[in-house]
Design a protein around this ligand. Structure first.
Ligand code: TMP
Length: 208
């Protein structure tokens, strides 16, 4: 593991509110004088954002599951080398909106590609890098669907079935059961402020 800093990831279904939580917590940590680097996947770098555009474009509905898998890892490999590893090496706190756990559940479980291929690609793209803490914001797909439908534009993944999103949620919960020390589950159906207050002590613990 690359070490001086702390690597914290935020996971959850689309519309779970994780991005809002990440931004709030980043601001709070900075107010305490900490160096915080925010990143997101797919994205995080200029090349990553170009890859993100391909992944989310509703026009690419025929993107093959294997091509999709490799694109997520292409974006991640670039993000790890360009942003995450250098920040951790200088002792910063890196907050990432999604990381390999997303691929484990969306492609591994949702698309049925299985965990092994995802883990192999993780080793190639990220080596032994793993989050110190993963905040999983859990919420029922039916509730998030209401939130994502309100967005102006539907992306390629918003168009997936409720069944796909239900498999993703189960995949996340299984992951948390397998790694309870790293993956901490919070109830995303509560209001944003309560979730922020629940995440804060988890962050403090991870930063100790
Ligand atoms: P976002 O809306 O949280 O930025 O995520 C973009 C979409 O990409 C979201 O539907 C989840 C999906 N995704 C995967 O399917 N696999 C991955 O590895 C990542 C990082 C995201």
């Amino acid at each position: 593991m690359t070490s001086a800093g702390r690597f914290i990831t935020f996971e959850g279904p689309d519309g779970s509110g994780k991005s809002t939580q990440l931004a709030r917590l980043a601001a709070r940590l900075r107010a305490e004088g900490r160096e915080v680097v925010e990143t997101a996947e797919p994205g995080g770098t200029r090349i990553g954002r170009d890859i993100r555009a391909i992944l989310l474009s509703a026009r690419n509905h025929h993107l093959l599951p294997t091509a999709e898998l490799l694109l997520y890892f292409a974006s991640r490999a670039q993000n790890v080398e360009e942003v995450i590893r250098p920040a951790l090496e200088r002792g910063a706190i890196v907050l990432s909106d999604r990381f390999t756990d997303s691929t484990l559940v969306y492609q591994g479980v949702g698309r049925g590609l299985g965990p092994e291929v995802v883990r192999q690609l993780h080793r190639i793209a990220c080596g032994t890098l793993m989050p110190h803490l993963t905040v999983l914001i859990d919420i029922e797909p039916a509730l998030t669907l209401e939130r994502t439908i309100k967005r102006a534009e539907q992306d390629r993944l918003d168009a997936e079935s409720l069944d796909f999103h239900a498999r993703v949620r189960q995949g996340y919960l299984r992951l948390a059961a397998e790694e309870p020390a790293r993956v901490r589950v919070l109830d995303g159906a509560r209001d944003m402020d309560s979730v922020t207050e629940a995440v804060w002590p988890l962050l403090q613990e991870a930063l100790r």
